[in-house]
Design a protein around this ligand. Structure first.
Ligand SMILES: Cc1cc2nc3c(=O)[nH]c(=O)nc-3n(C[C@H](O)[C@H](O)[C@H](O)COP(=O)(O)OP(=O)(O)OC[C@H]3O[C@@H](n4cnc5c(N)ncnc54)[C@H](O)[C@@H]3O)c2cc1C
Length: 538
């Protein structure tokens, strides 16, 4: 069963090796495990629903609480400390586009707020309920989970928008196809959530981001139904798909999405390389991506992340042997690990790997084979489970990501980590900060930094304050380096304050105008994307 106050299925957990515990103690001091609130105690505080009885709407407190939050660190500690946020007044489990339409019409008629809820994996505060006198209806999309049609000739698959990753792949694989979209939240996140938050999967280098995969669909907007037909390409004015991509539930509810799928690949493997230093590794990755080699993944860890991952890996004897071998090959302190994916027909895969090895060796890369790559693939969705383990040990963890052009990649990576260290230094504390590049482009790269720090004594308030200051400091650093507000997690409530830096005044006014156009009664997901009450409020 899915955990209510942590990540993932409660049958899965990730242990911490003694080496990893020692590393945390050395870097952060002893952790202070917090005492978790119980679900029963939280649910007991939930006020009565303000919605009238309706055949499609459930109003029991337990169901409403389950739709109240996503998976951001702020959401996490609200659940852990029992700091009750506003919760929806009711939840409707929509089973068709027509039911979504009916619910939106009702909400407009009665002036309710609507928050679409899909996989609930948002890490940017997309699902928070505002404090409002208007009743809040959560429209849960989890029952919209079928493959409706596969056009094999065109390689187009139409899904109901609430279909989660495992059901997307299971339904396609049974027919010999894959979407190839594997965000780390794959177990729970959905087709619709991916589209409206502009998600990126681990193998975006081969399959593309969701923007490239989204071919058309059906949006139930408060003002009407927007149907976007599929065409292979068009010069018919602005592309309406762009209005749905990244719309974050502000313009309406995507109920169906047609996606570009691929036949299952003949070959897939992942391979590890090490570099003595960051600069050579970054140059090598840039060269590979600019050569347009048909790889499916390039994931480059900086020195601190590489050491952290090797410590977390367990198998002390094998890792010790690897460290000695790498040291003999010149990769000592500060070495960086690159994980490379090859997904193709057997012959292309062989040729691609050979060419990649040649280019990487030229930049000082040491190839150590596919064993670590196979381990990475087997555990590719398990990393987030460590957050649960860390919390139990008295440590907090969060991630912040962006993307920037190549000349700024290293500077920004270092500045993000430093900004976090500066924040915690003000509390007389330390943070363990490490980074990887996971989505690389000929023009630049995403930067994905992870932060681990000791849980503060004193419950919700001091922990929330530290997290907000961390987010603000790193966001300011990103803006100062002209990085994007988000490469893959979206804007939500948590990043909305910085959106104007990126879009400019006219851009923000355009977005606000679009909100007014699709949603004149302002019922859809207020405060997300565009701040409520701010200069660009719709
Ligand atoms: C552990 C973890 C790992 C993650 N890894 C990645 C990653 O590798 N790549 C990545 O891109 N993201 C990642 N994310 C972020 C998150 O999974 C994505 O933002 C995802 O696309 C959200 O999808 P969801 O179905 O869970 O949507 P939800 O979280 O339920 O909703 C997100 C937003 O979209 C709106 N919404 C959802 N469905 C619809 C719809 N059909 N119509 C209109 N509005 C809708 C909601 O109202 C909300 O505003 C990760 C999150 C976690 C917790």
């Amino acid at each position: 069963m899915r955990r209510w106050n942590g990540w993932g299925d409660d049958a899965t957990s990730m242990g911490l090796t003694e080496g990893a515990r020692a590393m945390l103690r050395a870097r952060l001091g002893a952790g202070l495990p917090a005492i978790d609130a119980t679900r029963e105690a939280i649910v007991a505080q939930i006020p009565a629903s303000r919605l009238p009885r309706h055949r499609l709407i459930q109003t029991d407190a337990s169901t409403r609480f389950a739709m109240a939050l996503g998976e951001s660190f702020g959401d996490w500690i609200r659940k852990r400390f029992g700091a009750l946020p506003p919760v929806p007044d009711g939840v409707a489990f929509a089973e068709s586009s027509d039911q979504v339409r009916e619910l939106l019409d009702l909400a407009q008629l009665h002036n309710w707020i609507v928050i679409p809820f899909a996989g609930g994996t948002s890490v940017a505060g997309h699902l928070d309920c505002p404090i409002s006198e208007r009743p809040i209806l959560s429209i849960n999309l989890s029952r919209l989970n079928r493959l409706l049609h596969l056009d094999k000739q065109s390689q187009l698959a139409t899904f109901e928008a609430g279909t989660p990753g495992p059901l997307v792949e299971a339904q396609l694989r049974a027919l010999g196809y894959t979407l190839g979209h594997f965000p780390q939240s794959f177990e729970y996140s959905t087709v619709g959530g991916w589209v409206v938050t502009r998600s990126s999967g681990q193998q975006s280098l081969r399959y593309g981001r969701i923007e490239q995969l989204f071919a058309g669909g059906r949006l139930e907007a408060p003002v009407g139904t927007l149907r976007i037909a599929t065409v292979p390409a068009a010069s018919a004015g602005p592309d309406l798909r762009e209005l749905v991509l990244g719309s974050e539930g502000r313009f309406g509810i995507l109920t169906e999405a047609t996606l570009r799928v691929s036949p299952l690949p003949e070959h897939e493997s992942f391979h590890a390389f090490f570099f003595p230093r960051w600069d050579a590794a970054e140059a090598a990755v840039r060269e590979l991506v600019q050569h347009k080699l048909p790889l499916s993944m390039l994931r480059l860890s900086n020195g601190i992340e590489t050491e952290t991952n090797l410590t977390l890996a367990g198998h002390a004897h094998l890792i010790g042997w690897l460290q000695r071998y790498l040291s003999w090959r010149g990769c000592t302190e500060g070495k960086c690990m690159l994980m490379l994916g090859v997904t193709a027909d057997t012959r292309t895969a062989r040729d691609t790997l050979r060419e990649a090895r040649r280019l990487l060796a030229r930049n000082g890369g040491v190839y150590i084979g596919p064993t670590m790559g196979s381990k990475w693939a087997a555990n590719r969705f398990k990393g987030p489970y460590l957050r649960n383990t860390l919390w139990d040990q008295g440590y907090c963890a969060d991630t912040i990501e962006t993307a920037v052009d190549w000349p700024q990649v290293k500077n920004l990576m270092l500045a993000m980590e430093q900004a976090a260290r500066d924040v915690f230094a003000q509390y007389g504390e330390r943070v363990h900060a490490f980074t990887h590049l996971s989505h690389v482009y000929p023009q630049g790269s995403s930067i994905y930094s992870q932060f681990v720090w000791a849980t503060a004594a004193g419950g919700f308030a001091p922990n929330f304050e530290r997290w907000q200051r961390l987010k603000a400091a790193v966001a300011d650093t990103i803006a100062a380096h002209r990085g994007t507000v988000s490469h893959q997690h979206g804007v939500g409530r948590d990043h909305a304050a910085h959106l104007a830096d990126e879009k400019g005044a006219l851009g923000m006014a355009t977005l606000a105008q679009l909100c007014r156009h699709f949603d004149p009664k302002k019922i859809m997901n207020p405060g997300k994307l565009l701040q409520d009450g701010g200069p660009w409020a719709s």
